[in-house]
Write a protein of this length. Structure first.
Length: 369
């Protein structure tokens, strides 16, 4: 079994450390920055359909739904297409308004999630065009869609999704850039710059691993915390949700992810010296706002762990712990900022003696509703 795990103790940590490769695999043959080349083969014949869509509806569950929230920001920002992100289980039961001018993107690692499959069938019956972003080749969802792009992350064994998430975000980012380009919404310069920046992501993710020991030390300090709050804004809001989900799934610690500005409408009441708060506080358009949110938590004696951009000199003096991630293009932030959260949840779960790869009550693929 250790051989299968490539010498690691668990599949989850093997898969976390595989991400520089799996992210690169999601771009292989698709993106060549030096040539200004970006093409998703499986979607090529449908790119005009996507570019002309009135609206994109993303359907997914769990971690894949979080990848969908990241994609919402990207499609809206880059391609100026209106996007809605739906839990497949809600969408399918509420007589949704959807028709021939809508494009649905179904995101699923396994390609077998029953609710996502049912959402696809419903949208299809109303005339929408359906694209899939799946990891498992030939899976039910991949077969039910009109076209799609595989994530090529390789088999994911750990129940808590890690490398599939970053591969999904990588593929969706490429889709958003390609459709923006097709729509003429990007200048040649911006387009080229995005491709160059995306191509550097595997190296940047590798650099985050240099902080693994520091993250382990933080995990040790918070091993027996009973609650956690994760806060982020913009593209880091879905990352906060994903960080909280990872911790819940494998350590069984109650955790909530929230948009940082919404904290004052409720979760701030929970903050005291026993409440660890993880802030996604990278240098982006929300930076100053996040700094104020950190001050609000510190004023109430919350214990703050901040994910910051390398070289940030302001936040380290304000918080209890920092974990640095390399500077990346603002739109690509989730691909690096999620990595320390995966590691933090992994180390806490191991220190608590949990069954990391097969947490209680959870299934890798949920084929019943
Ligand atoms: C299950 C898994 C999650 C996953 C979700 C959606 O709950 O435990 O890791 O995110 O299903 O699965 P899918 O295969 O559709 O991405």
């Amino acid at each position: 079994a250790t051989i299968e795990k490539g010498g690691y103790d668990h599949f989850m940590i093997k898969e976390i450390f595989e991400q520089p490769r799996s992210i690169a695999d999601s771009m292989r043959g698709r993106l060549i920055a030096s040539e200004g080349h970006l093409q998703l083969g499986g979607l090529e014949n449908y790119m005009n359909k996507l570019a002309q869509a009135d609206r994109i509806v993303i359907v997914a569950c769990g971690t894949s739904w979080h990848a969908g929230l990241v994609a919402e920001y990207l499609f809206e920002e880059l391609a100026r297409i209106n996007v809605e992100v739906e839990y497949a289980s809600e969408f399918r039961y509420r007589n949704p308004v959807i028709g021939e001018n809508d494009v649905v993107i179904a995101i699923s690692q396994s390609g077998e999630t029953a609710d996502t499959l049912a959402a696809i069938e419903l949208a299809k019956s109303k005339g929408a065009t359906i694209f899939g972003v799946c990891n498992v080749v030939g899976s039910s969802i991949a077969r039910a869609t009109h076209a799609g792009a595989y994530t090529h992350a390789g088999p994911e064994i750990g129940v808590a999704s890690t490398k599939a998430f970053t591969a999904q975000v990588t593929v969706l980012t490429q889709m958003a850039i390609a459709v923006a380009r097709r729509k003429g919404a990007l200048t040649e310069d911006t387009y080229r710059q995005l491709l160059i920046e995306l191509e550097t992501i595997p190296t940047k993710v590798q650099q985050v691993f240099e902080y693994a020991d520091k993250i382990k030390e933080i995990a040790f300090i918070f091993t027996y915390a009973r609650n956690f709050i994760y806060l982020g804004r913009g593209l880091n809001f879905p990352v906060a949700l994903e960080g909280a989900l990872k911790l819940k799934e494998i350590s069984y610690i109650h955790a909530e992810g929230y948009p940082a500005a919404e904290m004052k409408h409720g979760p701030i009441a929970l903050i005291d010296e026993d409440m660890p708060v993880v802030f996604l506080a990278t240098k982006d358009g929300s930076y100053d706002k996040i700094v104020s949110n950190i001050q609000e938590v510190k004023a109430r004696k919350g214990r703050v762990i901040a994910i910051i951009t390398q070289g940030d000199t302001r936040i380290p003096g304000m918080v209890d712990f920092v974990i640095e991630v390399p500077q990346v293009h603002e739109l690509l932030t989730p691909l690096v900022s999620v990595i320390p959260l995966q590691l933090l949840s992994y180390y806490i779960a191991v220190m608590r003696g949990r069954n990391v790869d097969q947490p209680r009550n959870l299934a890798k693929s949920v084929t019943v509703e």
